[in-house]
Every structure is written in structure tokens, then in C-alpha cells.
Design a protein around this ligand. Structure first.
Ligand code: ZN
Length: 87
């Protein structure tokens, strides 16, 4: 099954830096009878201050357009955007 992925821009609750992650709105928990987590309930890791955990705020989302086959492209793009932002 193809899973649509997005680039999501998250704001760190501790240092307020933003970074991009590759994620999708539905991680398949619904199929297991569990509630899908909202982005601010999910655990992420901040590359700026090393904060890990939940509470990250979504600032931007790219449209769902690509499938897992393009996942590697998203990874590269996310890394690229992150590198440019942190300069
Ligand atoms: Zn941070």
C-alpha cells in the first residue's frame, strides 16, 4: 500500500527553531483500532537543541502528492532545507 508522505515544518517547543521532517498524516494506527496521533502529540527530535519528545507545532505542510517511492527524495530535500535554514 502506498503511503502518502508530506514534508512537515515543525517548531521546537524548547528553542523555537524550526526544522523539516518527513511524515504522513496517517501512520496506520487507525488500522489497528488506535487513534492517529496529531503532530503535536508525536515525538520528534530537534536538531538545534537536541530536544526530543512531543509538543512540536506544525508551521507548514506540503501537499500529499508523493508516495513512498519518492520518500528518499523528500529526505534529501528536507535535509537540504534544514541545512539552508540553519546557516
Ligand atoms: Zn529545539
Amino acid at each position: 500500500m502506498a503511503t502518502p508522505v508530506r514534508l512537515v515544518k515543525l517548531k521546537c517547543p524548547r528553542c523555537a527553531a524550526s526544522h523539516w521532517v518527513v511524515d504522513n498524516d496517517f501512520r496506520g494506527l487507525g488500522l489497528l483500532g488506535q487513534r492517529e496521533l496529531d503532530y503535536d502529540e508525536r515525538a520528534y527530535h530537534c536538531p538545534q537543541c537536541g530536544e526530543g519528545g512531543s509538543g512540536f507545532q506544525v508551521q507548514k505542510k506540503t501537499p500529499v502528492a508523493l508516495t513512498l517511492r519518492a520518500h528518499w527524495l523528500f529526505e534529501i530535500l528536507a535535509r537540504h532545507l534544514g541545512a539552508r535554514r540553519n546557516r
